[in-house]
Each structure stands twice: as structure tokens, then as C-alpha cells.
Design a protein around this ligand. Structure first.
Ligand code: HPA
Length: 276
């Protein structure tokens, strides 16, 4: 017998399949703050507003469109979440679990996550891209909190190689081919919505983080739980608070993200082409 959560995923998947009949997506893509424009490169695109898919999240933040775009990118069929929800929106993680599990049920076995982030390394400044090698979850919550649904994955999933080494290698090869410097490091997720204090930024550096943001880790955890391979790339929009005189703001994040979005777009297309 199906569990309630499985039935909810099936209902969402039925709507997506009915709208995007001609497509069989194999790669999921989540576009972060200011990066939504990348979805415009998707060919034969079917755009499905989240609010027409039962149970899908409703983003409340500027820069997050709230569309699922299914189509072709870099020779792959992708299902792209144009816009995400964050811990600080306070709606819990139920809708995000449903969305990521729906991508899995649609046939996506690889998930590529993108986000804007502040850099904790002064040598990797605004405009640079950072491949996520590992994460530190400082959200204060885990998206798998609550009863486990064994139909999706185990109660106690491991997070060794949460960010697939094989996908990182493909991403680095794609970057090298296009002569794009691609940093690699540890992403720390804090709940936000406040930006960090300078003391928190010093703490994060001591903890071994290379970049800080307010997203991405929940999607990774949910995807690993159901067995997807995950890759992630952060667009550095600023140096961490206190590391420069620059003032951080969401407007600044969106503006800087859109500057680096074209590099990220080229990298993603190169990556997808190499996935084979
Ligand atoms: N901190 C947290 N989240 C962010 C930042 C930052 O400095 N820049 C972009 N997203």
C-alpha cells in the first residue's frame, strides 16, 4: 500500500507528466537567487507554475520565479526548479521534500543545485564560482525531521560523499575546458534571513567553511536520502560580512548573481554535455 507521502508525490508527478508528455527528465536542476534566467536556455521548454502542481512549494522571495521548466539543456532532458524555498520562509520542509522526491520519481537520478553565497576566502571574490565539495549544516534543523517514510529512504542516511566526487570531476573538467577558474570548497548553510555578523563569519572560517548561504543543504539532504547523486555550484556574490567594506543586501546578491549567471550557464551546459 502506498503511504500518504508517496500518494502526494504521485499526484504531483501525474500533473508534471501530463504537461510535459514528450519529456523524460533525467537531471534535476535547482536555480538559486538571481540565477533563474538560466532556465531561458532550456529548449522545447514546458513551463509549469509551482502553484499548479499539487503540494509544490510557493516561493515568497524576490528572484525566485516558482516555475518547473522541463526540456532540453546541454543534450540532456532536465527538470529545472526555477526558484526555491528557504528555511527562513518558515513553511517547513514538507513541500521541498515533495518537490525533490517528485524529480526523483520523474526519473532524475542526478540533481544539480545552484545558489548565491558569500565567500569566506578573500582570494575567491564576487563573480567567482565555487563547486561545493562538502557542507556544514548550521540551519538548526534537518529537512528529514519527523517520521521517516521508508518508501523514500532510510531513517539514518549517511552523508559521506554527499556531493558526488564523480560529478565534481565532470564539473572540473567542463570548467577546465572553457578556461573558467572554478574554486572548490565547503558550503555552510545558516538559516538566515539575517546576513551573518562579522563574528559569525570568523567562526565559520575557523570551522572550515569556504562559503556561506541560506539554502542548498536541505535539497542535498533530501536528494541523498532518496538516492540521487548531487552536485552543487555556488555563485559568489560578496565576501563574507566583515571581510570587506562592501554592504551586503538581497538586492546586491541578485545583481551580483546575475553578473556571474552567464559563466554558471556555460559551466552547466558543459557539465550536462559531458554527463553522456
Ligand atoms: N551570507 C549568507 N547568504 C548569502 C550571502 C552571505 O554573505 N551572500 C549571498 N547569500
Amino acid at each position: 500500500m502506498l503511504t500518504d507521502a508517496e500518494r502526494a508525490v504521485d499526484a504531483a508527478v501525474a500533473v508534471i507528466r501530463a504537461r510535459a508528455l514528450q519529456h523524460r527528465p533525467r537531471v534535476g536542476l535547482v536555480l538559486g537567487s538571481g540565477l533563474g534566467r538560466i532556465a531561458e536556455r532550456i529548449g522545447n521548454a514546458v513551463t509549469i507554475p509551482y502553484d499548479t502542481i499539487p503540494g509544490f512549494p510557493r516561493p515568497t522571495v524576490a528572484g525566485h520565479a516558482g516555475h518547473l521548466v522541463v526540456g532540453e539543456l546541454g543534450g540532456q532532458t532536465v527538470a529545472c526548479m526555477q526558484g526555491r524555498v528557504h528555511a527562513y520562509e518558515g513553511k517547513g520542509f514538507g513541500a521541498l521534500r515533495l518537490a525533490i522526491r517528485s524529480l526523483h520519481r520523474l526519473g532524475c537520478r542526478t540533481l544539480v543545485l545552484t545558489c548565491a553565497a558569500g565567500s569566506l576566502d578573500v582570494d575567491v571574490g564576487p563573480g567567482r564560482l565555487m563547486l561545493i565539495r562538502d557542507h556544514i549544516n548550521l540551519l538548526g534543523v534537518n529537512p528529514l525531521t519527523g517520521p521517516n517514510d521508508d518508501a523514500f529512504g532510510p531513517r539514518f542516511p549517511g552523508l559521506t560523499d554527499a556531493w558526488a566526487p564523480s560529478l565534481r570531476a565532470v564539473m572540473q573538467d567542463a570548467a577546465a575546458e572553457m578556461g573558467l577558474p572554478l574554486a572548490e570548497g565547503v558550503y555552510a548553510a545558516l538559516s538566515g534571513p539575517c546576513f551573518e555578523t562579522p563574528a559569525e563569519v570568523r567562526m565559520l572560517r575557523i570551522l572550515g567553511a569556504d562559503a556561506v548561504g541560506m539554502s542548498t543543504v536541505p535539497e542535498c539532504i533530501i536528494a541523498r536520502h532518496c538516492g540521487m547523486a548531487v552536485a552543487g555550484c555556488a555563485v559568489i556574490t560578496n565576501l563574507g560580512v566583515g571581510l570587506s567594506d562592501e554592504q551586503v543586501s538581497h538586492t546586491h546578491t541578485l545583481a551580483q548573481a546575475s553578473v556571474a549567471a552567464s559563466d554558471l550557464e556555460r559551466l552547466l551546459i558543459g557539465f550536462l554535455k559531458r554527463l553522456g
